[in-house]
Design a protein around this ligand. Structure first.
Ligand code: G6Q
Length: 556
């Protein structure tokens, strides 16, 4: 085996792609040997797997037994992770090495949850001290708003907070706000505006009183078209509502790494909460990007959230790979993607408050691992990130589960539920949990022809009612949906993404694929609004024709 040194100074133990590793070949052989053996057969041959293929990490109980995998499979996957240098990459990330090589950046979201008093010195700076300095300022600000000491320009307290941000500056805060609404301050309304579509802003503000409204402009770069456009519209809305003399500073705060941009926009840097280049957008909900969440749930609950993140970080960093929950879940994803040809992955939370969790994970996983070249710029040579999707149970059951159960494609699933109900109403929770356990059971074990017949199903319907089963799932059970528990879950998936990215040898922390579309929109805009018929020869014929038709319909 050869070793190569990557741009960030860490070592890759393999030259060439993941498919050239010895572990990959061993996995191919193992897959062949496993052949068509079903989950049903695996259980029949080894009933003890239900107690052995389970794992606990940071308060998350994971049942990994309903997979098309054995202990040997997991062992080989772990071997693959070792051959790909996962332990070294974990250390490199946690210690601040520039593992985002295409942007030459450290990837230090884990530093956002290191407790006060500890230190992590990166490039001569104690980043933990920086983190806690900002957390302290955020806490003071939130206390003032939540206790009505902070007043709007007419002297009224804040009763509505509108977070303006997009992508990583929106999906985390909105997901976490939804998840933790039950511990939020109900006297204040929270809204989230992200889309450049004016409807988003109009609907978010139409029933709000500007005198009682606070806008948080959340943008790492403070240059993002959607966010800047929405922030300007929000400022006009405020000035229209409260008159030209309104003290805008009492209604606008910023979250950014770009102090000059914030100043230029007209927000006093005293009302700005910073973070750092080493926090990637989709890994930033526990930085000051979470200011709206802290306003909603308060600084103490936000600290609990950070403690949950930290607990899973500690599990990830301190646990050997074969007992490491994010690592094993990530590796099982690789198993299905690369050895079964699965193209998608479903996350199905049986918890209404996690309704935005699948959307959050879509960005986290697909923006991170939707890549085709390795860190060295060579073709990956194998499939990478799956398409992630999901909806809360039981709604999904009446929608796309038909395909999960009887479709021609196998979709690995993560079920997530909490033992304690967040709202204890009648027998709702027990029914909810009966449903999630039933779905995992049916996916795994299905119904054989004999079992269907035994139910008295007529022969002509037999094939339709046959439930193939053999469809893999992980079941995650937690005790209760608290800020701490949410932190553990988000951190779990962050580290799952890292695991897969390291195995595939890709940069999970850049997102070059989103740039060209932004550039192109910038080039098209002048042509759409120009007074005279524009020269569209630089664009393809289809785009040019659509642009001209749009202009015509808009009377231009
Ligand atoms: C996330 C991405 C992206 C980013 C948004 C918003 O990892 O980088 O979703 O968060 O484009 O960027 P700003 O925070 O800079 O406005």
């Amino acid at each position: 085996m050869t070793s190569t040194t990557r741009g960030d100074g860490t070592t890759s133990h393999v030259a060439g792609g993941v498919a050239s590793t010895a572990a990959w070949s061993a996995l191919l052989e193992h897959r062949e040997a496993l052949g068509a053996s079903t989950i049903r057969e695996l259980f029949a041959g080894d009933p003890g797997r239900s107690s052995r293929l389970v794992l606990d990490g940071a308060g998350v109980h994971a049942d990994l037994s309903k997979h098309r995998a054995t202990a040997e499979t997991l062992g080989l996957l772990v071997r693959l992770a070792r051959e790909r240098g996962l332990p070294e990459r974990i250390d490199a990330m946690f210690s601040g090495a520039r593992i985002n090589t295409t942007e030459q950046r450290s990837v230090l979201h884990t530093a956002l949850r290191i407790p006060r008093g500890e230190s992590l010195v990166v490039d001569g700076v104690d980043v933990v001290a920086q983190v806690h300095q900002v957390l302290g300022r955020m806490g003071e600000f939130c206390d003032r708003v939540r206790s009505d000491q902070w007043r709007g320009s007419t002297g009224r307290p804040i009763r509505a907070v509108v977070n303006i941000g997009i992508g990583g500056s929106d999906l985390g805060p909105v997901m976490a706000y939804h998840a933790l609404r039950h511990v939020s301050r109900r006297e204040i309304q929270f809204r989230f505006v992200s889309n450049i579509d004016g409807t988003d802003m109009v609907e978010a503000t139409r029933d709000l009183d500007p005198a009682e409204t606070m806008f948080i402009v959340a943008s790492k770069t403070f240059t993002t078209q959607e966010t800047m456009t929405n922030a300007l519209t929000a400022r006009s809305w405020l000035v229209n509502g409260l008159g030209p003399d309104v003290d805008v500073a009492k209604h606008f705060v910023a979250v950014s790494t770009n102090e000059a941009g914030v100043r230029e926009f007209g927000i006093d840097p005293a009302n700005m909460f910073g973070f750092w280049e080493w926090v990637g957008g989709r890994y930033s909900m526990d930085s000051s990007i979470g200011l709206s969440l802290m306003l909603a749930i308060g600084p103490a609950a936000f600290a609990d959230l950070l403690a949950g993140f930290r607990a899973m970080d500690t599990h990830m960093r301190g646990t050997d790979l074969q007992g490491n929950l994010p690592v094993l879940m990530g590796l099982l994803g690789v198993w299905y993607r690369n050895f079964f040809g699965s193209q998608s992955h479903a996350v199905l939370p049986y918890e209404q408050y996690l309704d935005r969790f699948p959307a959050y994970l879509q960005q986290l996983t697909m923006e991170s691992n939707g890549k085709s070249v390795t860190l060295e710029g060579a073709p990956v040579g194998v499939d990478t990130g799956a398409v992630w999707f999901g909806e809360p149970g039981t709604n999904g059951q009446h929608s796309f589960y038909q395909l999960l159960h009887q479709g021609t494609t196998v979709v690995p699933v993560d079920f997530i539920f909490f033992a304690q109900p967040t709202n204890d109403v009648g027998d709702h929770h027990d029914k909810l949990i009966a449903n999630v356990l039933a779905q995992a059971n049916v996916l795994a074990f299905g119904r054989t022809a004999d079992e269907v017949r035994a139910k008295g199903v007529p022969e002509e319907l037999m094939q339709h009612k046959l439930m193939p089963g053999n469809r893999p799932s992980t079941t995650l059970m937690l005790d209760r949906l608290t800020p701490y528990a949410l932190g553990t879950l988000v951190s779990l998936y962050e580290h799952l993404v890292l695991t897969q990215g390291v195995v595939w040898g890709i940069d999970s922390f850049d997102q070059w694929g989103v740039e060209l579309g932004k550039e192109m929109a910038g080039e098209l805009l002048p042509a759409l609004i120009a007074h005279d018929v524009p020269d569209l020869s630089a664009f393809d014929a289809s785009t040019a024709a659509l642009a001209l038709r749009y202009r015509a319909l808009r009377g231009r």
